[in-house]
Write a protein that binds this ligand. Structure first.
Ligand SMILES: [Zn+2]
Length: 243
């Protein structure tokens, strides 16, 4: 089992965190240490959630500034920085979606640009979302257009329209999430291929990269749907009861 192994620069002791209790010093984080290594976890698509949780709790206590009132200002700033980095690493690795994106970026050193083509798995959903978006846009456009009193009254009477668009968009929102869960269900399979020899691990990487593209595509779709839902909510219908 891989665990966090750190060496104290002052006393050469083997540590399991970036703080040496003997020397009361914060150990520098070597260059190139990624979130996985920072938490002593293997660099792979799936992680042991219990282990992540335990390591996080242990290190949170270790790096908690309140536990080190004796540190000088420089060391105090350093321990705060360890603690902030721990929170970032934990938040990223805990969420499968973020972990996948992070791992792909890490392995390609940010050299790979995500494909802009519609991932095949998302094609049907894409069409459904585009339809709902363009219908909602038509309604929003009509809502913003200056209207005569009579037109405004007619628009207000058709208030069921707004609900209809909101419903269609809410449905798209759910479908986007369902698709995301479905995509993430592949993680276990990809992970099983991860340390296999040659072609299989290559296939695992390609599948992971495709998964990252699908997830970021779904994120963009979701953002568009969300934006229209917010706009729909902001449409004010004229009050017909007012004289
Ligand atoms: Zn030491």
């Amino acid at each position: 089992m891989e665990t966090l192994q750190v060496k104290c620069q002052s006393c050469n002791r083997q540590l399991s965190s970036f703080f040496c209790r003997e020397c009361r010093t914060v150990v520098p984080v070597p260059r190139g240490v990624d979130y996985f290594r920072y938490l002593g976890l293997p660099q792979r698509p799936q992680i042991d959630a219990d282990r992540l949780e335990q390591t996080y709790l242990r290190l949170s206590q270790e790096y908690h500034p309140d536990r080190h009132p004796d540190l000088d200002p420089e060391q105090h700033a350093a321990i705060l920085q360890r603690s902030a980095l721990l929170n970032q690493a934990y938040a990223c690795l805990k969420e499968p979606k973020q972990r996948v994106q992070y791992l792909v970026e890490l392995l390609t050193q940010g050299e790979r640009s995500a494909s802009h083509a519609i991932p095949p798995a998302v094609a049907t959903l894409f069409r459904q979302v585009q339809t709902a978006l363009s219908e909602a846009d038509g309604y929003l456009c009509e809502a913003e257009r200056p209207k005569s009193t009579l037109e405004a009254a007619a628009f207000a009477l058709g208030s069921g329209e707004r609900e209809r668009h909101a419903k269609a968009l809410a449905h798209c929102h759910e479908a986007t999430h369902a698709q995301q869960d479905e995509a993430l269900a592949q993680l276990a399979e990809i992970d099983a291929l991860w340390d296999q020899p040659g072609e299989q691990s290559e296939e695992a990487f390609h599948r992971l990269a495709a998964l990252a593209d699908t997830l970021s595509y779904l994120d963009r779709l979701e953002a568009q749907v969300h934006e229209r839902l917010v706009k729909l909510r902001m449409v004010t219908l004229p009050n017909l009861a007012r004289p």
